[in-house]
Write a new protein. Structure first.
Length: 709
């Protein structure tokens, strides 16, 4: 049961719908769980769809399975929009969820998500742990595995972020990394290595370049640093007193010149490749020189001996190797702690298998869709092994109507049936289907209804319609598979989802049940026999034509044209057609058109409306239709002296009354009369399929009252 407390869509629904306290429940019969809401045009079926799908300016409140909702989003899967049903939108996974396919798409989604997550983790790890924040980082040179270095470069690239490599490639490369045990190391040395190597004027790079060069001896090398410091102090203080020993009378200007000259002469004696290096190492102090670069390098230059330089280069290389191992270990660790490799392996295995959908879905595709259109529908993989749906070897999802090799009817049918597949696999427990058979021929109608009953049998279904064919088709597919409601939305009337009781639902669907009611069960519930017999006149004439009783048909015709005057015994006709169980019908009741026009159904119940509310309303409507038709015909024939031998039908009489095609007043009167539902109806539903209920369910009491007025 779904219980609605509020339904609002701007001003479309009457005040009764906010709050909705009567006729506010929609129930589903056990088994098939289908509720059909019948509503003629203009009652608000489309607006109800908008409310349930959270349309603009709508509000809803309802209870379902013990929970209150103020949005239909998580409960109702909506199938509507007849005009665009020929365009099939969505992805393959929206329609097919067999066990293997469902797992395939689950893995696909996981892999995409996990890849994004792990790429983000690598980017963060490279930056925070290893100082690599861009593809241009020189630290990537330390990674001596070329394939991994290339991956790191692509991942560190802010534009590509690893897109150059497939997930499969990444996993293969990362799983090939050999994790090594990391020895104890000096954190300060590793930090210095990373920071200095990232500098464009790197000391380490310059020292490594000395390995291939001859180192000239310069015993005065230490004087460069001494003179540099002295020059700095003299430039700073400008005093004739020594700031260290307080000696008076020093010539600071001459001293500055001497120190500068001395520094220059020593510096100029150095090789060119050493000069820049000396400038950089002078800035180093013990706290920032964990490798002892300055003393080792000064000693090497002083002696002209590269032994210390080789020691430095060897240690640099050791820390580069350490750095590489740390990066590789971190990368391997990220993949080792992720489910991505295992899930990828499972996914690749599924891709190598033939796609399997559930037996039910496959039968649905083969028996309903393919056979209905004589076109083969298949589920295949494209060149990238992604699942695609093909019709006659051509992919059709998302195609425009011009691209589909289908007629308009086939497009509509295929699209609607695929909507059913999507609904079947939806997480929403209730499927709402708006007017599903209106655009189809009889063959397709049966197939659509079969799909509603069989394909969606795991869902609750609300079907909105104004087509009684749908009611009969549902019943023929599966007995007692639905509960019927009438939707009314008219100010001043009984509104909401009005439930139709079981016996009247059966009568509405089945002519056999309707006739059985008139033959057996109706008699104790007749409250006004005269009005009952009069209101049955159109139906009895239609029935007599079907059973080929021309005598009765001709007699009843005398009561269905306003210009007739003959009296007819309608009691005897009813007894002849349906019998007289318990002698409820009098032996005779003769009436004429004038007798009918002297009657009224205002404020009258023809039947006990606690037992037959819809049939009682139907008979009152049927009487009113007949009354108005007779009244108009009688008045027009009398006023305009119309020849009824030549103009027998109401439409002919109206045209004869106002024949002038150029007189605007006559044109207006002719259109005013022929536009009335009660007059142009002509009781065709009685003459054709004997749907006695149609007048009552297709026009509201209020609309009928306006026409009567």
């Amino acid at each position: 049961m779904i219980k609605f407390n509020k339904i609002e869509n701007a001003e479309i629904f009457t005040r009764d719908f906010r709050p909705l306290v009567k006729n506010n429940e929609i129930g589903f019969p056990t088994g098939e769980e289908i509720a059909v809401i019948y509503g003629p045009n203009g009652t608000g079926k489309t607006s109800l769809i908008k409310v349930l799908s959270n349309g603009k300016n709508t509000k809803v409140e309802f209870q379902h399975e013990g929970q209150t909702y103020t949005s239909g989003q998580d409960v109702f899967h909506i199938i509507n929009d007849q005009n665009n049903r020929n365009i099939i939108a969505g992805e393959t996974k929206d329609f097919f969820l067999g066990d293997n396919i469902k797992r395939e798409f689950e893995l696909q989604e996981f892999i995409i998500s996990e890849r994004t997550k792990i790429i983000g983790a690598i980017i963060s790890m490279l930056k925070s742990n290893h100082g690599i924040s861009a593809a241009s980082s020189p630290l990537i040179e330390f990674v001596t595995v070329p394939e991994i270095a290339a991956i790191i470069k692509d991942i560190a690239n802010n534009k590509s972020k690893g897109e150059k490599y497939s997930t499969e490639d990444l996993i293969a490369k990362m799983r090939a990394i050999s994790v090594v045990e990391i020895p104890e190391y000096d954190i300060a040395k590793l930090k210095f290595l990373k920071d200095n190597f990232a500098d464009k004027a790197s000391i380490i790079r310059k020292i490594e370049q000395l390995d291939a060069q001859t180192l000239a001896s310069n015993p005065h090398i230490h004087e460069i640093e001494e003179n540099t410091e002295a020059i700095s102090i003299l430039n700073r203080f400008h005093k004739d007193q020594c700031i260290v020993c307080d000696t008076q009378g020093i010539d600071w200007a001459a001293l500055l010149a001497a120190k500068t000259q001395n520094r220059t002469s020593v510096f100029e004696a150095l090789d060119e490749n050493v000069k820049a290096l000396i400038e950089k190492i002078i800035e180093l102090v013990p706290a920032t020189d964990p490798f002892q670069i300055k003393p080792l390098l000064v000693d090497a230059i002083s002696k002209g001996d590269k032994a210390n330089i080789i020691v430095l280069i060897t240690e640099f290389q050791a820390y580069k190797t350490l750095y590489c191992h740390l990066v590789l270990n971190d990368l391997a660790g990220l993949f080792a702690s992720s489910e991505l490799p295992v899930k990828m392996e499972e996914y690749l295995k599924l891709l190598d298998e033939k796609p399997e959908i559930t037996e039910e879905d496959m039968l649905y595709i083969e028996e309903i869709i393919s056979n209905s259109m004589s076109k083969k529908l298949t589920l295949e993989r494209d060149e990238k092994k992604n699942l695609r749906i093909y019709l006659s070897s051509q992919e059709f999802l998302g195609k425009s109507r011009e691209e589909l090799p289908l007629s308009t009817g086939e497009q509509n049918f295929l699209s609607l049936t695929f909507e059913f597949l999507k609904a079947k696999n939806s997480a929403c427990p209730v499927v709402v289907i708006d007017d599903p058979i209106s655009s189809f021929d009889s063959i397709y109608k049966n197939k659509v209804v079969y799909a509603i009953v069989k394909m969606l049998h795991h869902k609750k279904r609300i079907v909105l319609t104004h087509n009684t064919d749908l009611l009969r088709l549902l019943e023929s597919q599966y007995k007692n598979c639905y509960k019927l409601y009438l939707l009314n939305n008219t100010e001043g009337e009984e509104n909401g989802f009005i439930p139709i009781n079981h016996k009247e639902q059966d009568m509405l669907i089945s002519l056999e049940k309707l006739l059985s009611t008139f033959r057996k069960s109706i008699f104790p519930h007749i409250q006004d026999t005269d009005l009952f017999l009069i209101s049955m006149v159109p139906f009895m004439r239609g029935y007599s034509n079907i059973i080929n009783n021309t005598d009765i048909s001709d007699k009843l015709t005398q009561l269905m044209h306003g210009y007739k005057t003959e009296k007819v015994d309608v009691a005897q006709i009813y007894i002849t057609l349906f019998g007289n169980k318990d002698n409820k019908i009098p032996a005779s009741y003769e009436i004429s058109v004038s007798d009918i026009l002297s009657k009224t159904v205002d404020g009258v119940h023809i039947l006990d409306n606690t037992q037959y509310p819809l049939l009682d309303k139907t008979l009152r409507h049927s009487f009113t239709y007949l009354f108005l038709r007779l009244l108009v015909e009688k008045a027009l024939v009398a006023k305009f002296g119309i020849d009824t031998d030549r103009n027998k039908q109401l439409g002919q009489i109206i045209s004869a009354a106002y024949p002038d095609e150029n007189d605007i007043a006559q044109i207006r009167n002719r259109i005013r009369l022929t536009s009335k539902k009660t007059l142009i109806n002509e009781f065709n539903h009685f003459e054709g399929n004997l749907s006695i209920f149609q007048p009552a369910i297709d026009i509201t009491d209020q609309a009928l009252g306006k026409e009567l007025t």
